[in-house]
Design a binder for this molecule. Structure first.
Ligand SMILES: [Zn+2]
Length: 268
């Protein structure tokens, strides 16, 4: 039997018994935790708000004889309400939560995962363009899981980059023209430049500060998906939700934001 007190992000909340909820949490110091929250689906339950999906809370958990932990106390820190204001933000946040689930093991506090996820939720809830925030966070999460390739040289022969075009080979990462073979997908020079710039930014608060063209974002998104499938064996479910809502989320307002970098931003 043990007790844990930690900061957590609620990755998932499911109905359980009459008014209880089954939670999947990612905690700052203990990694991924499955827990029951009693009464967390009743309107006036004291745990209801702090166990909403994507909420950040300080929780106390207790493990008795069951393999599941039980939430005994929860203090809401942030609902991340800004994330829910449009589909573009909600869909991306859901992908990041799913990716954290897929890329981490129970009770393994992979360094960098909690900080990246919390910073991504804050940035997605702000006025920042959600696309680069989401892509930057997703690539950081891949890095925290030990899956990110190096971006400064060909992953096949080790030579530093000379001239474009570059290509991307499934699990290996970027390769140069000399090493590419049929089936490797083209990697736009801007995409490689963006990945290298992102790699050099270590402050989670700077997520998504570097902007790029929509074509570059599309390549970065596809490479991240291919990479996840290669390493995890499947695409997290939230990608399918996103693919269904993306046409609705691509409202003119969002396109306008993407085309106008903030004064603090950069464009590759
Ligand atoms: Zn090479």
């Amino acid at each position: 039997m043990s007790r844990i007190a930690d900061m957590v992000v609620v990755l998932r909340k499911r109905a359980y018994r009459e008014q209880d909820a089954l939670l999947l949490l990612f905690s700052q110091h203990h990694g991924k935790i499955s827990a029951v929250a009693r009464g967390a689906r009743s309107v006036k339950g004291r745990l209801t708000a702090s166990t909403e999906p994507l909420a950040v809370a300080r929780m106390e958990l207790y493990q008795g004889r069951s393999s599941l932990m039980t939430v005994t106390e929860a203090e809401l820190v942030s609902l991340n309400a800004g994330v829910r204001r449009d589909l573009g933000r909600t869909g991306r946040a859901a992908i990041l939560a799913d990716a954290v689930d897929e890329l981490t093991s129970d009770l393994d506090a992979a360094p960098g995962v909690y900080d990246t996820l919390v910073a991504a939720l804050v940035s997605l809830g702000s006025d920042r363009d959600p696309t680069p925030v989401y892509l930057h966070a997703l690539w950081r999460l891949l890095g925290a899981a030990g899956l990110k390739p190096e971006f400064d040289r060909c992953q096949q022969c080790g030579a530093p980059w000379t001239a474009p075009p570059w290509f991307w080979r499934g699990g290996a990462g970027p390769v140069d023209r000399a090493c590419h073979r049929a089936g490797d997908s083209p990697l736009l020079p801007g995409a490689l430049q963006w990945l290298r710039l992102m790699d050099s930014q270590t402050d989670p608060a700077e997520l998504g500060r570097v902007q790029a063209a929509p074509a570059v974002y599309a390549v970065l998104d596809q490479q991240a998906r291919d990479f996840l499938i290669y390493h995890v064996g499947r695409l997290p479910r939230a990608f399918r939700f996103w693919d269904a809502v993306a046409p609705l989320a691509a409202a003119p307002r969002l396109k306008g934001l993407a085309a106008a970098p903030t004064s603090k931003g950069m464009t590759v």
